[in-house]
Design a protein around this ligand. Structure first.
Ligand SMILES: Cc1cc2nc3c(=O)[nH]c(=O)nc-3n(C[C@H](O)[C@H](O)[C@H](O)COP(=O)(O)OP(=O)(O)OC[C@H]3O[C@@H](n4cnc5c(N)ncnc54)[C@H](O)[C@@H]3O)c2cc1C
Length: 521
């Protein structure tokens, strides 16, 4: 993984000429962005942890698993949001941990949490490091130091129960490895977020991730039937039946807890038979409004496809246009991708096609569906080239009930236009429910002299707009630090008090990922 960008540096993408023309002619990007620092130029604070403390950590996990070298610290500084990347490119390593610690078992995690509570060392659980909400940069104030608890050594498939269709994994398993480990048995999780190549199962659970095939396989939190959480107060072992009436479901308290309540050391996940058949195709709708109504009809009446993604007019134009059409302003309507996987593909496709035709859709055949499948993990690679070219590109998301979705869509767009002038704002719906859907926005704008501050202003405006328009501050990226104030408004003072009480019970010294998720009192 590139330390200052996305993904495998060998897969870095040059900007195609039509995109350069779009930046120049439509957005007015004139000057390239600041050149990226070299890894050795990143300025890190001195290691704050004293030698005896580093020795005590090494006693738990072994000398080889406590890293204080420059590269290890740089690679565990922040996540992969655009402000994170801009700061890393500028050589700003001020949020680096003092040490990276790699436990090899639940017992080692538990021992580390006891030690760090005693010594007031902040602990940031670190999975794939793909957080986009500031989830990995701990507040240092009041602590002897900060460690990144890298879960990469906890990377095993522990067991598979094919009768109940449950697989037990350690949390540091990356998504492609999980699929590889299951594929030998003809099984799949069906969880394919755009960060698939690098994110871990523990990170998916801790941030309530949602993948591109969520219409068919559900969100990641739907897949978790049980888990083990190591906390400073002891171990929580949860989930002994698919559903239970034994009080509130405490699994839900751990899902989305972003490392603030404990460290997930084991996950029991529902698995599915790997699909033998897949079929993806495109449909055209005259407008986003018409397409949204079609998506709603499909998900409410059935049969819902496995993948459902509707782009608005702007995203459709940018994604589909031939080079000479980019920036022409013409509306080619909206593209919907429908994908069917698993059983009865033919029958489901036929029934869904009736609904899509009835609601105004025009079939475009397999071409757009296959193009989407081919490029489904490649978009993030373009971001680094756009940053270098002088454009800021970032994504943000929300969700709401169907009746409120148009208001939410307008509110986010207006906030972005108000804060950034004339940015390019694209949107799609790709996570759908009977009662509502998420809206996922991509924004491209020319960088000003301080692109981090420029984006933070825009983001603050959007957060306020989402709260005012009655949406949730996040559908699948999580709260982290970036959404904390808006989240506090969303849950109100009583909700915030509940979170603080849980934190005080499980993590009395407050060492776990300080600053994320839990609103200050
Ligand atoms: C290019 C790109 C595309 C993305 N696409 C999607 C997408 O399609 N869908 C989506 O849902 N998200 C997406 N994300 C966001 C991100 O990938 C998810 O939030 C993912 O769940 C994070 O997993 P991770 O292993 O990288 O976790 P990290 O980033 O390492 O950690 C995320 C949070 O979880 C905590 N944590 C991690 N592991 C544990 C553990 N074992 N126990 C307790 N806490 C833990 C961390 O402390 C942190 O607060 C994208 C991000 C990027 C950069």
């Amino acid at each position: 993984m590139s330390w200052s960008g996305w993904g495998d540096p060998a897969k870095a993408r040059e900007l195609p000429e039509p995109v350069r023309a779009l930046l120049r002619d439509l957005l007015g990007v004139r000057a390239p962005g600041a050149p990226a620092a070299a890894l050795e130029e990143v300025a890190l604070p001195a290691v704050a942890l004293a030698e005896p403390l580093l020795g005590a950590l090494a006693k738990v996990v072994g000398d080889a698993n406590v890293l204080t070298g420059h590269e290890a610290r740089v690679r565990h500084t922040r996540g992969k949001s655009t402000p994170d990347l801009l700061r890393m490119r500028a050589g700003d390593g001020s949020a680096a941990p003092d040490a990276v610690v790699l436990p090899g078992s639940h017992e080692e995690v538990a021992e580390l949490l006891r030690l760090c509570s005693r010594e007031r060392v902040a602990v940031v659980p670190f999975g794939g490091g793909t957080s986009v909400v500031g989830g990995l940069a701990a507040d240092r104030a009041g602590f002897a130091g900060v460690i990144a608890l890298d879960l990469g050594r906890l990377d095993r498939l522990r067991s598979v129960d094919e009768e109940s269709m449950i697989a037990e994994f350690e949390p540091g398993v990356r998504a492609p490895d999980a699929e590889r480990l299951l594929s030998g048995r003809g099984l799949t999780l069906g969880h394919f977020p755009q960060s698939f190549e690098y994110a871990t199962l523990g990170g998916f659970a801790a941030a309530r991730s949602s993948g591109q095939a969520s219409a068919g396989y559900g969100r990641f939190d739907d897949m978790v039937v049980g888990l083990t959480l190591a906390t400073p107060a002891g171990t929580l072992e949860l989930g002994r039946a698919p559903k239970s009436a034994a009080g509130p479901d405490l699994r839900q308290l751990v899902l989305g807890s972003e490392g603030a309540f404990g460290v997930i050391t084991s996950l029991r996940l529902r698995v599915r038979r790997a699909p033998r058949e897949r079929r993806y195709e495109g449909w055209r709708f005259a407008s986003f409004q018409e397409g949204s109504a079609a998506v709603r009809a499909l998900v409410q009446e059935g049969p819902a496809p496995t993948v459902l993604r509707l782009s608005d007019e702007t995203e459709t134009m940018i994604g589909l246009a031939k080079p000479e059409e980019i920036g022409s302003g013409g509306s080619g309507g909206c593209l919907l991708i429908a994908g069917y996987e698993g059983e009865r593909v033919g029958g489901r496709h036929a029934a869904a096609s009736v609904v899509l035709s009835r609601t105004g859709g025009e079939p475009l055949g397999a071409g757009p569906g296959e193009a989407w499948e081919h490029g489904r993990f490649s978009a993030p690679y373009l971001r680094d080239s756009l940053l270098a070219a002088g454009a800021t590109v970032e994504t943000l998301e929300t969700a709401g009930f169907w009746a409120n979705l148009p208001r939410l869509y307008d509110a986010v767009r207006l906030a972005l236009l108000g804060a950034l002038g004339s940015p390019l704002v694209m949107c799609h719906i790709s996570h759908v429910y009977e009662t509502g859907a998420s809206l996922y926005f991509t924004v491209v704008t020319p960088q000003d002299g301080d692109p981090v501050a420029q984006w933070e202003r825009a983001k603050a405006a959007v957060n306020a707009a989402i709260v005012a328009a009655g949406g949730t501050i996040t559908h699948h990226h999580g709260v982290g630090r970036d959404h904390l104030d808006a989240y506090a408004s969303e849950i109100g003072p009583v909700g915030a008090g509940v979170l603080r009480a849980v934190k005080a019970e499980l993590d009395p010294a407050g060492i776990l990922n300080p600053g994320v998720l839990v609103p200050r009192g």
